[in-house]
Design a protein around this ligand. Structure first.
Ligand SMILES: [Cu+2]
Length: 188
């Protein structure tokens, strides 16, 4: 009987410890995940390049691997606007891998790396300027291609409009108008 009671008391002691331990573990995991989601991730997020709504496609035509082929990057000169169509997609229509790689002196170096026949590679441009580029394995003739990146036209609205979403900006404007109307009331 005594022995049995002793055995019975063991599990209750263990579970008395187990519950707080589980709670602490859950709280720790939730805390770490919460920190990661709410604080850590947002600080990383600005480095992720936003995908612009439009893009421009350049074909690496069939036979581009051959020096005798007059054209390789088609078209070999494209102009894009930042945040609008500033993603350039190269489509490899040839039968060997190619790259699109910026020449030295580009506003910002880029390199698609080798991509296979039938595959495509894309670069999102984030800096205005003239990017001359080439293909690494076929540099002697797959060269002198250009991506010209232009700044987005500046909106004529107040400067804050670019930083604050339009609907929030108009809300703020309405709020400010209401405030000034209120401030004007005693005088009126
Ligand atoms: Cu090539």
């Amino acid at each position: 009987m005594i022995c049995g009671e002793g055995h019975l008391s063991q599990p209750t002691q263990e579970s008395a410890w187990a519950a707080p331990l589980i709670l602490i573990s859950v709280a720790l995991v939730a805390g770490v995940l919460g920190y990661y989601q709410l604080f850590y991730l947002p600080t990383v997020a600005p480095r992720v390049q936003a995908v612009p709504p439009f893009n421009v496609t350049v074909s690496i035509v069939f036979g581009a691997q051959l020096q005798s082929q007059a054209q390789n990057f088609v078209p070999n000169n494209v102009t894009v606007v930042l945040g609008n169509n500033s993603m350039v997609i190269w489509v490899n229509q040839d039968t060997v891998p190619h790259t699109a790689t910026s020449d030295p002196g580009a506003p910002e170096a880029f390199d698609t790396g080798l991509f296979q026949p039938g595959a495509s590679a894309s670069i999102i441009f984030t800096k205005p300027g003239v990017y001359k580029y080439h293909c690494v394995p076929h540099a002697p003739w797959m060269k002198d291609a250009y991506v010209i990146v232009k700044e987005a036209p500046v909106a004529k609205s107040p400067g804050a409009a670019g930083l604050i979403p339009p609907n929030l900006a108009s809300l703020l404007q309405g709020f400010l108008r209401a405030l000034s109307a209120l401030a004007g009331l005693p005088g009126a």
